[in-house]
Write a protein that binds this ligand. Structure first.
Ligand code: KMH
Ligand code: ZN
Length: 284
């Protein structure tokens, strides 16, 4: 897929919570079911079409509890038209077998990280057998994976996955570059473009996010190169130097403004569902 390929609109993904920040340190982080749904509604209005969800328990800690996952999926699905994506990465401390149970909550989409990576002081484990098992589950359950790339080698692992397991449900291949994680691929346009240049031809769309300070430069680089955007407090807690993010909506609104300025206006949820070939599970 050529980086210069012309793309008319922009898929904006919001990743509002993540598993790394503590509610006590970041009170604006949406961690309760009510906060998650309120965030989803506000971000949809601001221009997001997809939400990448990490669930927290009643103590605001990351959890893969199947009841709470299902509650989150159902809550967002009832209140919005967003494509509902569940994280299968969880927290670095989550065991692989637990992460393989995430699809039981029946999301529209799931993250699928294409290999193990350094993750700050930890290691984010994604061995080959886990990737294959998760991918096969997604195919069987008709859930559309988003292939997460933290390292350039992950692009090559995606090639291997497509060769061994075929295309995802719906036939679209959507990739997300997560750049700037300490110890992994840097959040620079050069690294991003190196990854884009290596993408297999089966890839139909890609987005990118930069952690922390890389957030804006990577957004600008992605838009310029025909990519889509992921923003949100999972990746970035500062709106500007000295000014914390007050609500995820702000990051989505700024991404929508940037995309519109570059004549790549935000995709509607209907357009996003079509672009990603999402199975219709809507309840409203
Ligand atoms: N929280 C990270 C360890 C994903 O959502 O799939 C993994 C992560 C990736 O956020
Ligand atoms: Zn995540």
């Amino acid at each position: 897929m050529s980086p210069a390929r012309s793309v008319a609109s922009t898929l904006i993904t919001v990743a509002p919570t993540g598993a790394e920040s503590a509610k006590a340190d970041v009170p604006a982080l949406p961690t309760t079911p009510e906060e998650l749904v309120e965030t989803a509604v506000a971000c949809e209005q601001a221009g997001a079409a997809l939400i990448h969800i990490h669930v927290r328990d009643r103590q605001h800690e990351p959890t893969l509890d199947p009841v709470l996952l299902k509650e989150a999926v159902d809550g967002v699905r009832e209140a919005t038209d967003l494509v509902v994506q569940l994280s299968t990465g969880g927290a670095v401390t989550d065991p692989l077998d637990k992460r393989l149970t995430v699809l039981e909550a029946d999301p529209d989409s799931c993250s699928l990280t294409c290999g193990t990576t350094n993750f700050g002081d930890g290691v984010f484990l994604n061995p080959w057998g886990f990737m294959v098992e998760l991918y096969r589950q997604a195919q069987e359950r008709e859930v559309v994976p988003e292939f997460e790339i933290f390292e350039l080698g992950h692009v090559h692992a995606l090639r291997r996955l497509l060769d061994e397991c075929g295309l995802p449900y719906g036939g679209k291949v959507h990739v997300d570059f997560v750049t700037g994680v300490p110890g992994a691929m840097p959040g620079t346009p050069q690294a991003l473009l190196a990854g884009v240049a290596m993408l297999p031809p089966e890839v139909t769309s890609w987005s990118a996010t930069g952690i922390g300070r890389a957030h804006l430069p990577i957004a600008a680089a992605a838009l310029s190169a025909g990519g889509h955007l992921r923003v949100g407090m999972e990746d970035n807690l500062m709106y500007a130097k000295g000014r914390p993010v007050a609500h995820n909506r702000e990051l989505v609104a700024r991404a929508a403004e940037l995309a519109t300025l570059l004549q790549r206006s935000p995709m509607t949820t209907t357009e996003a569902r079509e672009a990603l070939a999402i199975k219709d599970r809507r309840t409203r």
